[in-house]
Unconditional design. Sequence first.
Length: 321
Amino acid sequence: MEGTSASRNRRERCESARRVLDKAMRNCRLCPRRCGVDRFRGERGFCGLDDHMVVNCALPHYGEEPPLSGTGGAGTIFFSSCNLRCPYCQNHQISHSVRGRPVSPDELADMMLHLQELGCHNIEFVTGTPHVAGIVRGVGRALEQGLSLPLVYNCGGYESAEVVECLQGIIDVYLPDFKYGETEVIRRLGAPPDYAERALAALKIMIRQVGDGLILRDDAAYGGIIVRHLVLPGMVDNSLAVMRLLARHVSKSIPLSLMAQYTPMPLVADDPLLGRRVAKDEYERVVNEAIALGFEYLFVQQVDTVDKIPDFDKTAPFQWN
């Protein structure tokens, strides 16, 4: 349980961050796209959001890395819209649109407290980047009512350094993707051209805040970082470039989650590369490169042909049967 003093300090951090983030939303620069719209006046930039948070669902999630899911599940809150919109995203139903219900900070706080009551190990904000101003408000309200779980920030890696700085003392565990290391792949997939540069800068700030490892209590993470990378079919060189960037510019001590779960989505079904699954030898090349570079803390997956894609049209998006 979080002590009274620690909770008070975190509430103060939330209030300080809220002021900075509200200002950033009036000429929106919550992410590196820096759309410059006034979201408090209903103006919408790339993410399509005004000043309201939009949540699709909140539930115990058992499919995250073991230190996050544990036995009680990660208390996952899925926000709608994303500042990347990767064409192959398995969450495309909600990441490519504003699909869900608007929630207030008080309603978000209620969601967090309910997940805590259900026995979840943490509260995980998925794709919270465009919603971060409302998130810190909601966290502040939840702390006032007894929230004591670690907070996890799950993002695509394309983050504003200014915003990540604001989250110091609020977020306990960072869970960023590091998607791209090759300029050609960035261009081919329509990602922002400065993706790798921005992801590296944000990652360094995250590590400065929470360290480059994981802090565990009873096998559950309550501090630290895990960096995720999804191996894409036919783009192994991109994955190798990511491994080398992380080794050279960040830390070889970071836990890496190398994901083999890629499944073709409708938008890329006819793509000559993205229209198939990842081959076992492709995935193994990436794992072997990570080991050769000196990364020791790896989460790995089996390469199989079973599709396990969430369906956000369902009440339980992660029920496969």
